[in-house]
Design a protein around this ligand. Structure first.
Ligand code: SIN
Length: 554
């Protein structure tokens, strides 16, 4: 480590940002190829490894491993759920390689749930043509998986894990990635590297009501946007139909596997209503179930999930759900529990190719932050952990082939400026307001007028937050508070811009003023420059051709 005015400089071969499944898989596969990609550093803003949404994933991993199943059938279901916007080649790749990775995990002894004959149990979820979801610990699949992988990573000793590291900016120079600026409890650190992997998860916590943990503030998407990366499908946000309707942030998830095992949805008068909405009833695609519930909730009617058929069919299968119900004084063995939709998963993200490469040289992305084109306008249930497994491994494989670029000497950038201590109450108030505005303006049912009003409000909030960045960092906690608020506002603005541009209804994007699908509509790619009120860069770029290029923090 060397020190310069305002921050320390540390060298790395590859920096992986994120501690959920995608980050762990990338880092583990890099570790397996020890040495080929150079020293690997994993940065996470959480206090411990693992972190992120994967830890809370109740639903399992979809994989075509059962008798009579086939990767092509799984790919066809993925394409059908995605409402015309799934890239079929990527869906084929996901389901083929995914089945292989899940078999490998089984072979390595990952404790997936088994039946009395010792066979891995396969569950059914919405819009899947057959039972193909593997679970672990009942409804604790994500936790079981990432806990085991994090242990392996620590034991490998091959990756330097830095927790409590909040990456604020990518450092660019000479037209490519040159590093990551991150704030650590001991101060700013420039992690100098020519290769960065974003595995930072989604944007759920940019919405007021979400199933995602508080850390899902869209940091990776914001970092990539400020670096000029191409972003796609940002308007497509999946709302999970059945989060507990209780006043808690995040909203406790009631896994779709419950409906797969027979749980039914009931209206305020105790009647089932999904059969009238879709032939697959409770197992209709997630956007249809979410809107059917959302319409009733918006009209002031309570909606309930009757868990009893599922609890009887799979005794011991839902320990997480039962603990969540108990924590809120609910008695699911005795009566249905209240549910309402909540923001759950972002189909859009940083555009990548099949190797996870983004449009910015030296920047890769995988997991929820990436947009490979595999989810289209509506993700198929339990395809997200699968995506993290497949594309985390692909990114690592690509990195092992991509040599590090020799660090051309460059003038170090100025340390970033952040919001000062006295501005923190304002920062918190604006962050809360931004979440409310996005949830109301870009929720389950959108309209041009609502989207425009939300965008005007978020533009103002975003510009105000940027404008507060004038002070040197005081405390790690405050840097993270300001950085997350700023990222939330930026991803919200980008999402609203994309949603306004999509004048049709498709998959998870429903517009009351454009209720029909437009068969001629295409996917949209945008960059930061498409925002009318652009975000301020923190420093100016030097001449990349001089070999002594100043870096810009973007
Ligand atoms: C769930 O358990 O319902 C969530 C799984 C997923 O989002 O795929």
């Amino acid at each position: 480590m060397s020190a310069t005015s305002g921050y320390a400089v540390r060298e790395a071969g590859v920096v992986v940002i994120g501690s959920g499944l995608a980050g762990l898989v990338t880092a583990l596969n890099l570790a397996r190829n020890a040495g080929r990609a150079g020293p690997v550093v994993l940065l996470t803003k959480t206090e411990e490894l693992p972190g992120g949404s994967s830890l809370h994933a109740q639903g399992g991993i979809a994989a075509a491993i059962g008798p009579g199943d086939d990767a092509a059938l799984h790919a066809a279901d993925t394409v059908a759920a995605g409402a015309g916007f799934v890239d079929p080649a990527i869906a084929g790749l996901l389901t083929r390689e995914g089945a292989r990775w899940v078999r490998e995990l089984i072979g390595e002894g990952m404790p997936f749930d088994r039946d009395t004959h010792g066979a891995v149990c396969l569950g059914r979820e919405a819009a899947h043509g057959m039972a193909r979801i593997v679970h672990a610990g009942g409804d604790a699949t994500g936790r079981t998986l990432v806990t085991a992988l994090a242990r392996r990573l620590r034991e490998s000793g091959a990756v330097r894990v830095e927790t409590n590291a909040f990456a604020t900016d990518l450092v660019l120079g000479g037209g490519r990635v040159r590093g990551v600026m991150a704030h650590h409890p001991e101060g700013w650190v420039l992690h100098r590297t020519s290769r960065v992997v974003l595995a930072t998860g989604g944007i759920g916590a940019a919405f007021a009501r979400t199933t995602n943990p508080a850390e899902a503030t869209g940091d990776g998407l914001a970092l990539a946007a400020r670096a000029g990366a191409h972003l796609a499908d940002l308007e497509f946000v999946q709302f999970h139909p059945t989060a507990l309707a209780v006043d808690r942030d995040p909203a406790p998830l009631l896994t779709e596997a419950l409906r797969g095992a027979g749980a039914t949805l009931l209206d305020g008068r105790g009647r089932r209503f999904m059969a009238a909405e879709h032939p697959l009833a409770e197992l209709a695609p997630r956007d249809i179930v979410a809107r059917a519930i959302g319409r009733r909730v918006a009209a002031g009617e309570a909606v309930f999930l009757d868990l009893r058929p599922a609890l009887a069919a799979k005794p011991g299968g839902f320990p997480t759900v039962l603990a969540l119900c108990a924590a809120h004084g609910l008695r699911p063995f005795e009566e249905p529990v209240p549910v309402a939709p909540a923001a759950h998963y972002h189909m859009g993200g940083v555009v990548t190719d099949a190797a996870g490469r983004t449009s910015v040289e030296g920047l890769w992305a995988c997991g929820e932050v990436a947009c490979t084109g595999v989810h289209g306008a509506n993700r198929l249930a339990s395809n997200s952990l699968l995506e993290a497994l497949v594309f985390g491994a692909r990114v690592a494989e690509d990195l092992a082939k991509a040599p590090a670029v020799a660090a051309a000497p460059f003038a170090l950038p100025e340390p970033p400026r952040v919001a000062g201590r006295s501005a923190m109450p304002l920062v918190d108030a604006m962050a809360a307001e931004a979440r409310r505005v996005l949830y109301e303006g870009a929720g389950l049912v959108r309209s041009g007028a609502g989207l425009r009003a939300a965008r005007a409000r978020l533009d103002r909030i975003g510009v105000m937050l940027e404008g507060l960045g004038t002070a040197p960092a005081v405390s790690h906690h405050d840097v993270r508070r300001w950085g997350e608020a700023r990222n939330r506002a930026l991803v919200g603005r980008l999402l609203l811009h994309a949603a306004l541009g999509r004048e049709e209804s498709r998959g998870a994007h429903f517009r009351s003023d454009w209720p029909a699908e437009n068969p001629a509509a295409r996917r949209h790619t945008i960059t930061l420059n498409d925002l009318s009120a652009p975000v301020t860069a923190l420093a100016v770029a030097g001449d990349p051709a001089s070999g002594d290029a100043a870096c810009s923090i973007l």
